[in-house]
Design a protein around this ligand. Structure first.
Ligand SMILES: *Cc1c(COP(=O)(O)O)cnc(C)c1O
Length: 362
C-alpha cells in the first residue's frame, strides 16, 4: 500500500544527523526538539497552540478530556472511520452517536448531525476521512447554533485545508496522528492536539504528563503521553516536505483518475471547496472481491478501509447509539483503497490500472 523506504533514503542524511545529535544530547523526552516542533507545526497550521503527545488515539482522548466530555454525554461522530475515533469517546465514559455519511465524500453528513442532537449531546467529532476535509462550514454553524463543542479528527488530513484554513483549526481542538503511514508520519507512534485556547493548551500540557504543573506536583489525574525527541527530529525534517508530499499524492490521484476514466467503478469524489490530501485513494466497486483477487495475484496490494463500520463492532455493543446508516453500510460493502504514497510512479499506476481493467473485463 505504501513504501516508506524510498522517502527514508531521500531524507537519510539529515535524519541520521539529527537523530545522532539527540543520542549525543542524552535528552529524550519533551526536550528542545519537541518544543521547536510544536512551534513549527503551530505556525504551519496557523493555530495558537500545539501540544504533542504519544499517539493520535491519545490526542483524541486528551482532547475529549480537556473539553470536559464525560459520563452521560453524547458525542456525534461517524461510523466510517478507524476505531480510535469512537474508542476515545468511550475512554472518557461518553456515548458515541453514529450518524450517516455523505455517500460521495464519505465524510459525516451535516444534516444527519442535526437530526441526532439531544439534550445530552455535548460535542461533534468529524473525521476528515482519507484526507478530504469534512463539510466544515455546515458543521461549524451547527455547533455554533446548538452550543456544541467541535473536535476534529485530523489523523488522515495533515495539510488539508478549506478556504486557506487548515483542518484542525476549525474546532476548539484538532487531533492529529503521526503514525508512520499518515501524511506526516514519524518512525514510531506520535500525535498532537491543536487549539486556539491557551487555557486548554495548559491543561493538555499537564494531562499528557501525569497532570503535573511543577515536577512531582500533580494537579490532575493525567496520562503518560509524550512525544520523544527522536520522533520530533523526524517530524521537523518531514514537516518541511509535507506540502510537496501532499502535492505528489494529488498527482498520483489525478493519474489514477485519468487512467480509470471510462472504467466501470467509482473514482474518489473531490469536493472542490476543500484541498484533499489523499491519505487514501479509495474507489467503489460492487465487484470488489474480483478486483482485490486480481491485484493480489499480480502482487499488488489493496486494502479495505474499513471492512466493519464502528456501530457493528462488538466493542461498542450496548455502549453506542446509531441512526440509520444505510449509506455507510453500502460504502463499507464496496470500498477499496489502492496503493497511495507520494513516490508512487506513473508506470506503476499504469500497471495497477491495467490489472483492474482486466479484472472487470472478465
Ligand atoms: C490513525 C488514526 C487514528 C489514531 O492514530 P494513532 O496514532 O494510530 O493512535 C485516529 N483516527 C483516525 C481517523 C486514524 O486514521
Amino acid at each position: 500500500m505504501l513504501d516508506l523506504k524510498q522517502q527514508y533514503q531521500e531524507l537519510k542524511p539529515e535524519i541520521e544527523l539529527r537523530i545522532r545529535a539527540v543520542l549525543e544530547s542524552g535528552q529524550f523526552i519533551l526536550g528542545p526538539n519537541v518544543m521547536a516542533f510544536e512551534q513549527e507545526v503551530a505556525d504551519y497550521l496557523g493555530v495558537d497552540q500545539v501540544v504533542s503527545c504519544a499517539s493520535g488515539t491519545d490526542a483524541l482522548h486528551l482532547a475529549l478530556k480537556v473539553a470536559g466530555i464525560g459520563p452521560g454525554d453524547e458525542v456525534i461522530t461517524t461510523a466510517f472511520s478507524f476505531i480510535a475515533t469512537a474508542e476515545a469517546i468511550r475512554y472518557v465514559g461518553a456515548i458515541p452517536v453514529f450518524v450517516d455519511i455523505d455517500p460521495h465524500t464519505f465524510n459525516i453528513d451535516p444534516d444527519q448531525i442535526q437530526q441526532a442532537i439531544t439534550k445530552k449531546t455535548k460535542a461533534v467529532l468529524p473525521v476528515h476521512l482519507f484526507g478530504q476535509p469534512a463539510d466544515m462550514s455546515a458543521i461549524v454553524s451547527i455547533c455554533h447554533e446548538e452550543g456544541l463543542e467541535l473536535i476534529e479528527d485530523c489523523a488522515q488530513s495533515f495539510g488539508a485545508h478549506v478556504n486557506n484554513r487548515q483542518t484542525g483549526s476549525f474546532g476548539i481542538l484538532g487531533c492529529f496522528s503521526f503514525f508512520p503511514s499518515k501524511n506526516l508520519g514519524c518512525y514510531g507512534d506520535g500525535g498532537m492536539v491543536s487549539t486556539a485556547s491557551g487555557e486548554l493548551a495548559k491543561r493538555l500540557r499537564m494531562l499528557r504528563n501525569h497532570g503535573c504543573n511543577k515536577l512531582y506536583h500533580h494537579e490532575l489525574i493525567g496520562l503518560n503521553s509524550r512525544l520523544d525527541e527522536i520522533q520530533a527530529v523526524v517530524l521537523r525534517t518531514k514537516l518541511k516536505q509535507v506540502d510537496a508530499y501532499n502535492k505528489d499524492r494529488r498527482r498520483v490521484a489525478k493519474t489514477y483518475n485519468r487512467l480509470l476514466s471510462g472504467v466501470k467503478l467509482t473514482t474518489p469524489y473531490e469536493d472542490n471547496r476543500g484541498y484533499h490530501v489523499y491519505h487514501q485513494y479509495t474507489i467503489l466497486t460492487p465487484e470488489r472481491d474480483k478486483v482485490m483477487n486480481h491485484l493480489k495475484d499480480a502482487g499488488i496490494a489493496s486494502a479495505i478501509y474499513y471492512p466493519v463500520s464502528l456501530h457493528k463492532q462488538n466493542a461498542f455493543k450496548g455502549a453506542c447509539k446509531a441512526l440509520t446508516l444505510s449509506r455507510t453500510e453500502q460504502v463499507v460493502q464496496q470500498c477499496l483503497s489502492l496503493p497511495m504514497y507520494p513516490e508512487l510512479k506513473d508506470e506503476v499506476i499504469e500497471e495497477i490500472v491495467a490489472v483492474i481493467k482486466d479484472a472487470l473485463a472478465n
